[in-house]
Design a protein around this ligand. Sequence first.
Ligand SMILES: C[S@@+](CC[C@H](N)C(=O)[O-])C[C@H]1O[C@@H](n2cnc3c(N)ncnc32)[C@H](O)[C@@H]1O
Length: 205
Amino acid sequence: MTETPLTVDFISGAIDYRRRHGGGRGQALPKALGFRPGVTPDIVDATAGLGRDAFLLASLGANVTLIERNKEIQKLLEDGMARAATASDSHAEIISRMILVKGDARDILPELRPETVLIDPMHPPRRKSALVKNEMRQLRAIVGADPDCEELMRVALSAASKRVVLKWPRRAAPMPGMRSPSHQILGKSTRYEVFMMAPAREDQN
Ligand SMILES: C[S@@+](CC[C@H](N)C(=O)[O-])C[C@H]1O[C@@H](n2cnc3c(N)ncnc32)[C@H](O)[C@@H]1O
């Protein structure tokens, strides 16, 4: 059986369903990133991938900067964003809050001086690999693993002024060498580790 080629589709399918029926700001991801009534953070998604998280966050009103380093995935994201921008006025409005930046987030984050950063690296493959969704397998075949994700976390923690959220498999051991998160939010199969930054102290002199 021939496999459907990997695409970024913000208009139909799972992403569209999640936008319309996913539970809005009450979902674990927006909660972890600091969405509250009257508060919508600006977010840098340092591991954009197929843009599913970024699109959801932009559909909830956030301005999202997407960073992606893989050229093939960058092209898929550009195509998906261009198609969505002409699909309807509401899709165009969401896409207008999304900016794609091409490159390695370890280099780009310090220049952006972000408030809130989301990190969702390729996770270690699960033992029950048959359960890993087709789309994830295709993505993994293109980008491989993210063996430098610990360094990316360190860069994010020193660049962000408010918070860093690490999306990690619910039952996986903590990322090695990482300090304990300020708190965690548990999703069905995902654990959101939230690292809050200490507020900058006013100079007393
Ligand atoms: C698991 S996917 C992210 C999925 C994404 N959250 C979504 O909703 O579709 C991880 C992506 O991050 C990218 N990536 C990993 N490390 C990166 C880095 N240091 N800079 C930029 N992109 C990175 C990989 O190329 C891959 O496309």
